[in-house]
Design a protein around this ligand. Structure first.
Ligand SMILES: [Zn+2]
Length: 69
């Protein structure tokens, strides 16, 4: 049986990269793995910001109370 090398396409830069022995798979390099990680952290951060904005809209009387006292 011939030994076949399996190639995968990096989801970040779309470069062909070797699957076997690649510690950063499915990415081609550490840079692409980090890029993906930052992407997820950024998305999570955006979701958190949205939730905070909504919470403020739900309790608008809190600010009025402070002004009255
Ligand atoms: Zn890549």
């Amino acid at each position: 049986m011939a030994y076949t090398l399996k190639f995968i396409k990096c989801p970040i830069c779309k470069k062909k990269t070797l699957w076997k022995g690649n510690p950063y798979r499915p990415f081609c390099s550490r840079e692409c793995k980090l890029a993906d990680l930052y992407h997820w952290l950024y998305e999570e951060y955006r979701i958190k910001l949205k939730e905070e904005e909504l919470e403020e809209e739900v309790h608008p009387e809190k600010e009025e109370e402070d002004e009255g006292v």
